[in-house]
Ligand binder design. Structure first.
Ligand SMILES: Cc1ncc(COP(=O)(O)O)c(C=O)c1O
Length: 380
């Protein structure tokens, strides 16, 4: 008999599914949230159970603004923040308010496969633009703007999902200029920005939102817990106004007021900061471990770049391998991953696999690398 499902995941016993880009359950901060909840509920303030202010609770936004100012090394104004129920919900709301079915949008090729799903739900025509080791090739973007007149560009500038590539500082500047010059709306999904293992990435696109054409999306899913369903959008007043005045907000009030007050306590008590430091150390170690295991087991039939932050290794398989067929085989041997084609807006990238090291500890990562190598050897 199947058990009653409580989380999004339903992994067969014995399976090591490196396709899961979520935090390891052992890294989910239950004790931290208990402390935060006790602290917040001790205030005896009923307002956290009322319909919330449309942009989000003002004190939460002040606390979040202070946290982000420290990490972004630039002042973030609380008024430039809008609270969401996570990055996915923020993306969906932007699509609702800034696009209509049939509009064209630009994404990177590859791009986060579940964002592609949201865009398809909105009936958008998706065009993928190429990347290289410095991120989106901004010249190609420029060449395509006039012809396609996109509703927006969706980009993941830092520790990209799935490629883990980070857009260079020079290209960020260029992108911001293009955005201003062509009045091109940029939706920057920056959910991994705070997860650098050692060296800080170039400044987030959040630091350029004063130009008036940029949304920066952030989330507590990767730095605290995805079940909180809590994130934010940073943008200038005119853009945020469109969100704040939406029917969704007028009817339901601000998003997630209860959770945001608990997270406010986690921020105020310094608990989020300690947790983030631990996550960076753990993910950094796992990345080094999985990279070494892949090199040891797979040798030079495959290649990848070592990420400097985030959750993913983007593995290039031999040209003749179709990762979807390879996955069916892998699944029979209790190992899984996300095949590259899911990240493509044009059914390409068939010989790539996204491996995540966020969900499993090193013994499972070692076993998974060994299983993948065995299957690859028999497929060649
Ligand atoms: C690039 C990117 N954006 C958004 C999300 C989803 O974020 P949230 O849980 O805040 O909706 C993810 C999660 O994998 C992601 O990788």
């Amino acid at each position: 008999m199947r058990t009653i499902q409580t989380t999004q995941l339903d992994i067969p016993p014995g399976m090591i599914h490196l396709g899961i880009g979520q935090p390891d359950p052992s890294l989910l901060p239950l004790a931290l949230m208990k402390k935060a909840a006790e602290h917040r509920l001790g205030h005896n303030d009923t307002s956290l159970l009322a319909y919330g202010a449309e942009p989000g609770d003002g004190y939460f936004r002040l606390t979040l603004a202070q946290f982000l100012s420290e990490h972004y090394h630039k002042h973030v104004a609380a008024n430039d923040l809008f609270v969401t129920s996570g990055a996915s919900q923020g993306l969906d709301l932007i699509c609702t308010l800034f696009t209509k079915p049939g509009d064209t949008i630009f994404v990177e090729e590859p791009s986060y496969f579940l964002a592609l799903h949201i865009f398809r739900d909105h009936g958008l025509n998706i065009i993928g633009l190429p990347m290289d080791e410095d991120g989106l090739i901004v010249e190609v973007l420029e060449e395509n703007i006039a012809q396609h007149n996109p509703a927006f560009l969706y980009t993941i500038p830092t520790f990209h999902n799935p490629s883990s590539i980070t857009l260079s500082a020079a290209r960020r500047e260029r992108l911001v200029h293009l955005s201003q010059e062509h009045n091109l709306l940029i939706v920057a999904d920056e959910v991994y920005h705070l997860l650098a293992y050692n060296t800080a990435p170039p400044q987030p696109l959040a630091n350029y939102t004063d130009v008036g054409t940029i949304f920066s999306i952030g989330s507590f899913s990767k730095i605290l817990a995805p079940g909180l369903r809590l994130g934010w959008i940073q943008a200038n007043q005119a853009l945020l106004d469109r969100l704040v005045k939406s029917g969704l907000l007028e009817s339901g009030g601000g998003l997630n007021p209860f959770t945001s007050k608990l997270v406010q306590s986690a921020l105020e008590l310094g608990l989020q900061l300690d947790h983030l430091a631990n996550l960076k150390a753990v993910y950094g170690q796992r990345m080094v471990f999985l990279s070494a295991a892949l090199r040891r087991h797979l040798g030079n039939s495959t290649s990848f770049r070592e990420p400097s932050g985030g959750f993913f290794i983007w593995l290039r398989l031999p040209e003749q391998i179709d990762a979807e067929a390879f996955l069916s085989e892998a699944w029979q041997h209790d190992v899984g991953f996300q095949p590259g084609v899911r990240f493509s807006s044009r059914q390409s990238l068939k010989n790539y696999a996204r491996l995540s090291f966020s969900f499993y500890d090193t013994p499972e990562l070692e076993t998974a690398a060994g299983r993948l190598a065995d299957i690859l050897r028999s497929s060649l």
